[in-house]
Design a protein around this ligand. Sequence first.
Ligand SMILES: CC(C)(COP(=O)(O)OP(=O)(O)OC[C@H]1O[C@@H](n2cnc3c(N)ncnc32)[C@H](O)[C@@H]1OP(=O)(O)O)[C@@H](O)C(=O)NCCC(=O)NCCS
Length: 148
Amino acid sequence: MSLKFIKANNSKDIKTIYDYNIDAFSDSPGFNWNYDEIMKEVKDGWELYGVEENGEIIAALFYKLDGKTLFSKNTSIKISHQGSGFSHKIKDFFEVQARKDKVKEIVHYCSIDNFRMYSLNESHGYEKSNRRLGENGQVVEWIKKIKK
Ligand SMILES: CC(C)(COP(=O)(O)OP(=O)(O)OC[C@H]1O[C@@H](n2cnc3c(N)ncnc32)[C@H](O)[C@@H]1OP(=O)(O)O)[C@@H](O)C(=O)NCCC(=O)NCCS
């Protein structure tokens, strides 16, 4: 099982990721999964990646570097691909980026009711902060300190 993380470099790439995932990824923390919202995130400094397995996009993720922090969030894994450990690989991807970019911490955002993500975050050494974001406080912030 190997995943490819493919960065969206232009609006065509973004459209491809969006089109692929139009039905699959409804549960995206902090924003509605639609093209305009994605463009807004990208303009706001978030990098968008498609996560591919055998040429199929099975998730999308965002990350943003800001000073010594790497901010991260991802869509749901495509239902047909859940339960295969891909979410661990996405966590590893953020961790590799964080070490490459020499940041001190990774911040991850997820929906307040995504308890599977809670246990995934805990198993990767993230701690839940008290901050709640999004329009109705539906987004939970998690923080992982990066040890040197
Ligand atoms: C959360 C999510 C990213 C996990 O991805 P996945 O590919 O399904 O993950 P896996 O089944 O390989 O499991 C990865 C980890 O997630 C957590 N997890 C997965 N299913 C879980 C469950 N039913 N209960 C608790 N933790 C769970 C565990 O930490 C698991 O690690 P482990 O297998 O080493 O114990 C994915 O399921 C997802 O995007 N779900 C949609 C969001 C959602 O569930 N919404 C409903 C609201 S609760």
